[in-house]
Design a protein around this ligand. Structure first.
Ligand code: NAP
Length: 248
């Protein structure tokens, strides 16, 4: 079974659709939109795969622990967790660093970094051969903002994704001998609702002229890279930070 956090829309939902088509059973995490998660689960089941929805705010350790227990209960004795996509992530309104509240920066790191950290911890406890598991793969969602730095927009977000890159490198080495590969995908500007949630609904297409490929990515194009990293085709790839950014 594959757990995708933040699966109710955007890159997470696209990853779920692609994963179901490639034979994964799915645990679909969402924070607020139960109806969207349920509709996606129904789509996955129509493709002949198992799917459960699990509500949890990934920034809340207790909720993450309960989410994994819920997945354990669903799997029972006839399955195991084989993959995790740490996809849940947030941006905020464009602001310069000197205007940022501590509360904003804490939320940015709580969701984007600590959430991924806690979910990976719980996944490693289940997948590592050191703990009797059968191995697996973790894919973290970083961002091309790591290379731009997000100046004038969201340096906090870029810094949080920078932490994800280092987390990916370190964890990959820690569990490489225990059957777990850990990689990150660094999407460029992708056409999802995340831009509206940061107060810039038209951002993805407004930026198109500045992008080498002259358009933002579709969520499915990011999902393809995630699915490859999860698959056996990427069996010798771990600790990689894969740019899927249209040449930017
Ligand atoms: P999106 O459309 O805004 O979707 C984000 C998903 O994460 C939603 O399902 C949201 O659910 C969920 N989520 C947010 N906070 C959560 C929390 N605390 N706990 C659990 N779920 C939570 O975003 P996206 O564009 O698909 O982005 C997915 C990932 O790719 C993020 O990590 C993002 O940073 C990264 N990324 C995106 C782009 C881009 O241009 N779109 C570029 C680079 C990297 P709720 O609404 O219910 O909270």
């Amino acid at each position: 079974m594959l757990l995708i956090t933040g699966a109710s829309r955007g890159i997470g939902a696209a990853t779920a659709r692609l994963a179901a088509g490639r034979g994964w059973d799915l645990a679909l995490n969402y924070q607020r939109d139960a109806a969207a998660a349920e509709a996606l689960a129904a789509e996955v089941r129509s493709l002949g795969r198992r799917a459960i929805t699990v509500q949890a705010d990934v920034a809340d350790e207790g909720q993450v622990v309960r989410m994994f227990e819920c997945i354990d209960a669903e799997l029972g004795s006839f399955g195991s967790l084989g993959g995790l996509v740490n996809n849940a992530g947030v941006v905020d309104q464009p602001e310069r660093v000197e205007a940022m509240s501590a509360e904003r920066v804490q939320r940015m790191f709580a969701v984007n970094v600590f959430g991924s950290f806690t979910c990976a911890r719980e996944a490693v406890r289940r997948m590592s051969t050191r703990h009797g598991g059968s191995g697996g793969a973790i894919v973290n969602l970083s961002s091309s903002a790591v290379r731009s730095g997000g100046a004038g927009q969201y340096v906090d977000y870029a810094a949080a994704k920078g932490a994800i890159d280092v987390f990916t490198l370190g964890l990959s080495k820690e569990v490489a001998g225990e059957g777990i590969r850990v990689n990150a995908v660094r999407p460029g500007i992708t056409d999802t609702e995340i831009h509206a949630s940061g107060g810039q609904p038209g951002r993805a297409w407004q930026m198109a002229p500045q992008l080498p490929l002259q358009r933002p990515a579709r969520a499915e194009e990011i999902a393809e890279a995630i699915l490859w990293l999860l698959s056996d085709a990427a069996s010798y790839t771990t600790g990689a930070l894969l740019d899927v950014s249209g040449g930017r």
